[in-house]
Design a protein around this ligand. Structure first.
Ligand code: NG6
Ligand code: CA
Length: 511
């Protein structure tokens, strides 16, 4: 029977439309699209709360995303679980805090952080009959600890619930600078095998520390190893010349892969995790976006990211499946301007406020570390609104499980709260509290309060990033309803609240 098309009966009873029946060739499957919409998650890298037009951006226009923000739910208090990438991604996919698995920013040759057998958003949706795919940045580790890039690379996404993957393995600034499709490096010539080393130089490729004259951008010491495409990276890499990516092609390559996946699966429920490299460093948008913002490469990368998003949304519309698709748009952590490469993001910022009214940014314990643009869009089902509910990406797991009718086991997605009605805009009663994670520390949101327990350590590099870290050796308490910028520490005046919040932090951490 393989290869035959599964016909689908679309029951749209909830919305009062007529039943549409398609002739069955193999077997009849009934799919109620009101409870099993396609799910597309656009996961942007390092996009700040204030970086979209609909959230008040001034240095860049984002018409494609603004369209879904204005016709869907624009959340003002939406959060990633952490102020850095790996733990946030871990939480989105597993419904657990990153610290439960000691998730921290991974090297490019780190082993798979999510082990086969662990429930993920993808494996959960598969139980409901979804076809699942991930396209773009991974940064959750690949392989078993001794990854050979020249052989089948596993475990990876395919071992934890994805049917298809096309990946940038870690980050744009880390080797290996190649694409991995399913289990294999794309376009690899086996006679030129890849070696990756995060400790010492391998092979003959120039490095930033030996050949700075070959660089298009000055890079700090950490980003100063193997040069690929005129940009030095973190880590050393030899071989794989035919497989090297060109950063400027990311927009085209990832958009096409996402569109192919959608076209291949348009007749049945699918889940696409579309994870972006933009607007992470090194920022190298395609030349056609050059000068499209007033903020240099960082702004132009936002324009490119908006374009990519629009391409996918328009494809859903062209295929006639937009009304059967729930789109969630959000970011993995807050904004950073200087993150290792001198690309003039600071100099060209102008009046634009990447974090909106909030303080801090990527790596920070302050609000802008995790408070990121968050949009839910499902035309015909979600009514447009602005929601001030406190929501977390971690809750997408349990909320979608509820939507598609999958039971979540007691030891699965333990930090994920079922908040479906909030994500569909039926209520604004979101979370009461939420832990925010930052470089191994936690802070607590409780309604309008933000409690930051005294930090054990202050990460040294924060200073070089020129980001307000909020890492202090005393307790901090802020009332965000009066003080969104976390300027006025009211911990001393409110000892009872401090005690209450300390206990609550303990309670969640030791869960
Ligand atoms: C850091 C890198 C930074 C970025 C980050 C990961 C420093 C000194 N360097 O180690 O450039 O690559 O890792 O970013 O901060 S993330 O968005 O994937 O978490
Ligand atoms: Ca990030």
């Amino acid at each position: 029977k393989a290869g035959k098309i599964l016909s689908i009966v679309i029951a749209t009873s909830l919305f009062g439309c007529s039943q549409q029946s398609v002739e069955t060739e193999v077997e009849k499957v009934t799919v109620d699209r009101s409870t099993s919409p396609n799910v597309v998650i656009f996961y942007i890298d390092d996009l700040g709360w204030g970086d979209l037009g609909s959230y008040g951006a001034t240095g860049v226009e984002t018409p494609e995303i603004d369209r879904i923000a204005n016709n869907g739910i624009r959340f003002t208090d939406g959060h990633s679980s952490a102020a850095t990438c790996t733990p946030s991604r871990y939480s989105l996919l597993t419904g657990e805090h990153g610290f439960r698995s000691k998730a921290k920013i991974l090297k490019g040759d780190a082993p798979a952080l999510i082990q086969p057998g662990k429930g993920t958003l993808a494996s959960m949706l598969k139980k409901a009959g979804y076809t699942t795919g991930v396209v773009g940045k991974w940064h959750l580790g690949l392989g078993d600890g001794n990854v050979d890039w020249n052989e089948a690379i596993k475990p990876g996404p395919l071992e934890i619930g994805f049917d298809y993957s096309f990946l940038l393995p870690a980050t744009g600034d880390r080797v290996p600078t190649v694409y991995v499709e399913n289990h294999h490096v794309v376009d690899l010539d086996k006679s030129d095998p890849i070696t990756v080393n995060y400790k010492k130089k391998v092979g003959n490729r120039a490095t930033g520390y030996e050949n700075p004259e070959q660089l298009r951008y000055w890079a700090d010491k950490q980003h100063n190893d193997t040069i690929v495409n005129g940009v030095s990276r973190i880590g050393h890499m030899a071989g794989g010349e035919s497989a090297l990516w060109t950063d400027e092609d990311f927009a085209e390559v990832f958009t096409n892969k996402a569109i192919d996946f959608i076209r291949d699966n348009k007749d049945k429920p699918f889940f696409l995790f579309k994870s972006y490299h933009d607007i992470h460093v090194p920022r190298l948008p395609h030349p056609r976006f050059k000068g499209k913002s007033t903020m240099g490469e960082r702004g132009d990368a936002i324009v490119q990211m908006d374009w990519m998003t629009g391409q996918v949304i328009r494809e859903l519309e062209a295929l006639g499946i937009a009304e059967n698709t729930l789109i969630i748009f959000t970011s993995d952590n807050g904004p950073v301007l200087f993150d290792g490469y001198r690309d003039n993001a600071i100099e060209m910022l102008g009046e634009h406020k990447p974090a909106g009214p909030f303080s801090g940014g990527k790596y920070s314990r302050l609000e802008a570390g995790t408070r990121v643009p968050t949009i839910a869009y499902w035309p015909g089902t979600i009514n447009p609104k602005v929601s001030d509910a406190l929501v977390s990406q971690m809750d997408i797991y349990a909320s979608l499980a509820k939507l598609v009718g999958v039971d979540v086991a007691a030891d699965e997605a333990v930090d994920s709260l079922e908040q479906l009605d909030v994500w569909l805009g039926k209520t604004e009663q979101g979370r009461v509290d939420l832990l925010e994670e930052s470089l191994g520390n936690v802070a607590l949101r409780h309604n309008q309060y933000k409690f930051i327990p005294a930090s054990k350590l202050k990460p040294k590099f924060i200073k070089s990033k020129k980001i307000k870290g909020g890492y202090e050796n005393y307790d901090q308490l802020f009332d965000l309803s009066k003080d969104p910028g976390e300027m006025n520490n009211i911990a001393e005046q409110n000892p009872a609240l401090v005690e209450q919040f300390k206990a609550r932090v303990e309670d969640i951490v030791s869960n």
